[in-house]
Write a protein that binds this ligand. Structure first.
Ligand code: ZN
Length: 295
């Protein structure tokens, strides 16, 4: 134990002495190195006391030619100037149309969304609950683009041919699966398969707090399956307040949208969601009411 203490003391005394010896060695090596370097540098001898400087060599460098400074002359401020924001114009309401697409999502839905996105337009997609989970990315994109997802039953059962519990299941489970994807429920409005309703279906749906999304223009695109026919049908009949029924499970319908959407906009229509249109014309959604748009 004692020996260890003695070694420690010797170590603590000798260490600073050794370090300072090393440091002195480094400094003298640096001096030698500097002296060797300086030997090759030519020395300009200047006698500060007599003021004898090396001779100045004029015109050794081309002098830099500066651009002459030209001051900017500002136009005089016109006295009659009136900024635009002093004049207020009443906003003009543009006529509106709601495009609605049933029975999807499908592989054609994204194509329709491309067209809507390109023209800053919105639409309503009435989806089947049974298809929602397989097309979750499409459901999210519909919402992301400002369009609307609405329930169209779980698997397209005719509400007049099923019992009360089955009607409730068809509506509520579809809303639940949409909410699972979006994080919020769809608006409390349902598009009944085939638009088929009887007194019982109306009562059950009203009790659930839902209203019905019908239409003013049935394009019958599922029957014609012809883009040109669909285009003509819509362009001949669309009016302010139209709710237009189509299906996003057929290619001709998707193809027609490439022409329908810009043509409607060119004609002055704004393309809105069905609930936006209903709320504008008829106020807040009321349970049990069938909304058909303006005819
Ligand atoms: Zn349908």
């Amino acid at each position: 134990m004692k020996r260890k203490v003695v070694f420690a003391i010797i170590f603590l005394v000798l260490l600073p002495a050794g370090l300072s010896a090393c440091y002195r060695e480094i400094l003298s090596a640096q001096d030698e190195h500097l002296a060797a370097g300086m030997a090759s540098v030519p020395v300009l001898h200047t006698d500060y006391e007599t003021g004898e400087y090396p001779e100045y060599e004029p015109n050794k460098y081309e002098p830099y030619a500066y651009e002459p400074y030209i001051p900017y002359i500002y136009e005089p401020y016109p006295q009659e100037y009136e900024p635009e924001y002093y004049t207020y114009e009443e906003p003009v309401r543009r006529p509106m149309v709601a495009l609605t697409f049933d029975d999807g999502p499908s592989k054609y839905t994204n194509y329709i969304l491309d067209v809507l996105e390109a023209h800053g337009a919105r639409a309503t997609f009435c989806v089947l609950g049974s298809r929602v989970e397989n097309w979750a990315d499409v459901i999210l994109r519909i919402d992301y683009l400002g369009s609307e997802v609405v329930g169209h039953s779980w698997n397209h059962r005719n509400f007049t041919r099923i019992n009360e519990d089955e009607i409730k299941r068809q509506i509520l489970e579809t809303s639940a699966v949409i909410e699972e994807i979006l994080g919020f429920p769809p608006p409390p409005i349902v598009r009944a398969p085939y638009g088929a309703l009887n007194a019982r279906a109306r009562r059950v749906t009203r009790e659930l707090g839902y209203s019905f999304l019908n239409w003013s223009l049935d394009t019958e695109d599922w029957r014609h399956r012809d883009a040109q026919h669909l285009y003509n049908f819509i362009m001949e009949r669309a009016i302010d307040g139209s709710i237009i029924l189509m299906h996003d499970i057929r290619q001709p319908t998707a193809d027609a949208m490439e022409y329908v959407v810009p043509s409607l906009i060119e004609r002055g229509f704004q393309l809105v969601t069905a609930t936006e249109l209903i709320e504008y014309f008829e106020g807040e959604l009321k349970p049990g009411v069938e909304y058909r748009g303006i005819r």
